[in-house]
Design a protein around this ligand. Structure first.
Ligand SMILES: Nc1ncnc2c1ncn2[C@@H]1O[C@H](COP(=O)(O)OP(=O)(O)O)[C@@H](O)[C@H]1O
Ligand SMILES: [Mg+2]
Length: 441
């Protein structure tokens, strides 16, 4: 992609309304634009990152055996009256009336609708377990939308829902999602720690919030240092097998958000030098809710004994759009964003220091073609800005690699390859630089 034909509205100054680094950098790097409080347009560069995050989420959900579908953003109020939540939900729900005076709402979550879909088709234990998920926009009329995409009103969520015959089986579905979550966040370059969270009226130990530690996080969290060092399960994890042994090291050490924190237990279980008191960003939450929806909404399945019973459910949320904020909080420096390779909008930024110089233009065109051939995504700065501004922009948008091409280097037969993380620079021949990026001759 040529920058001269792109839309990349970067800002030199810090926008006054942004209080935290990720919000500032998302605005400055031209990733998002605020359209109303808590409502954002995704500009081209931001959309590319959003799509990459989505892709990782989907790959790990699919690997764990979940099945994707897509539900509408608008839902009938009637459906929410069945579960009793229409009145209970309060002012966070955006309620809409259509031209026929039918009451609709913009979905803040989808337990009712997925239960309605499930009960329309599934009636036997033979079809279980079943985990369905979607990646869809949600609307919650938050009292205080803030920190950009961290707490928006319209935001993108991956929401998954499991269906099982009984609690024991539901526990296994929960465990599969637990492992999938560990993997997906790690693939994005994040360490997300599962922490015990409020379970509501059902009780039990089956709710975890996945928390990324960050000074700007909204909640206070407490955990054992051991959780910061645990290796994440590999891609070869057997989701059909027993997951207890994989999960135990993650659930045994103390980890709790402020809502469920027990100071006495914390101090008793965790030696002083391993106590982590920090702030965190909730990037996901998983939850077993049993028959909370299936009972009132009559989602019944027949067991092997021929007896009908309400299906056992769990829900599994990931804040897809919030994740961009969380990744930037974890991966930035004074100059700007430092994208992890897996979610970077482009892998390479190609900088032409002297547009209009025949030799530089030709070298850049050739490099761009070679990178494209190798399937390496490249953003080519072919604008006539001065070098300093180009460097600052590249650092700000945080692509993992910068390939800098100018007449002086070409004279000596070299280009410069800079790694954004760490800032290491190397003078290399064009061929050596291409090889370093994985574009073989
Ligand atoms: N207002 C919001 N803006 C951005 N992401 C959100 C927002 N609310 C929730 N999320 C994300 O969606 C995930 C699932 O939502 P859920 O747990 O139901 O939300 P909450 O914890 O706010 O009740 C959360 O873990 C979080 O990452
Ligand atoms: Mg939550």
């Amino acid at each position: 992609m040529r920058l001269s034909q792109y839309l990349l509205p970067t800002l030199k100054e810090n926008p006054a309304e942004a209080q935290i680094a990720s919000h500032r950098l998302m605005l400055r790097a031209g990733l998002i634009r605020q359209e109303a409080a808590g409502i954002y347009a995704w500009l081209p560069l931001g959309l590319r990152v959003l799509r990459k995050v989505e892709r990782i989420v989907r790959e790990e959900m699919d690997r764990a055996g979940a099945v994707e579908l897509l539900m509408p953003t608008l839902q009938l109020a009637e459906l929410w009256r069945e579960s009793g939540r229409y009145d209970a939900y309060g002012p966070e729900m955006l309620r809409i009336v259509d031209r026929h005076e039918r009451e609709l709402l913009y979905g803040p979550t989808n337990e009712e609708m997925i239960t309605e879909i499930f009960r329309g088709y599934v009636h036997s234990y033979r079809s279980l377990p079943l985990t369905l998920y979607q990646v869809q926009w949600k609307f919650r009329d938050e009292q205080r939308p803030r920190f950009g995409v961290m707490r928006g009103r319209e935001f993108l969520m991956k929401d998954g829902y499991s269906f099982d015959l009984d609690e024991a089986s539901a526990r296994r579905s929960y465990q599969r999602m637990f492992v999938a979550y560990l993997r997906m966040f790690a693939r994005m370059g994040l360490r997300a720690i599962p922490m015990r969270a409020e379970t509501g009226p059902i009780g039990g130990d089956l709710s975890h919030e996945f928390i990324v530690l960050a000074q700007t996080g909204e909640s206070a969290v407490y955990c054992d240092q051991a959780l910061l060092e645990l290796p994440v399960p590999g891609a070869d994890v057997d989701y059909g097998g027993e997951l207890d042994a994989l999960i135990a090291p993650w659930t045994a050490p103390y980890a709790a958000t402020e809502d469920v924190h027990d100071a006495a237990r914390f101090e008793c279980e965790v030696p002083l030098e391993r106590r982590v008191l920090a702030r965190g960003i909730e990037v996901g939450q998983i939850f077993y809710y049993g028959t909370k929806y299936s009972l009132p909404m009559k989602a019944l399945v027949t067991g092997p004994d021929g007896v009908e019973r309400p299906v056992h459910g769990g829900c599994y949320g990931v804040g897809v759009s919030r994740l961009l904020g969380a990744i930037i909080e974890a991966c930035h420096d004074e100059q700007g964003i430092v994208w992890p390779e897996a979610v970077a909008p482009y892998r390479v930024g190609l900088v032409n220091l002297k547009v209009g110089d025949a030799r530089s233009d030709a070298a850049c065109a050739a490099i761009q073609a070679r990178l494209a051939q190798a399937g390496i995504e490249v953003l080519y700065d072919d604008t006539d800005e001065r070098a300093g501004a180009k460097f600052a922009k590249m650092d700000l948008i945080g692509l993992p690699w910068q390939l800098i091409v100018g007449p002086r280097g070409l004279e000596a037969g070299t280009v410069e390859l800079k790694q954004r993380a760490g800032g290491e620079r190397r003078e290399l021949s064009v061929e050596a630089a291409l090889a370093a990026l994985g574009a073989a001759p």
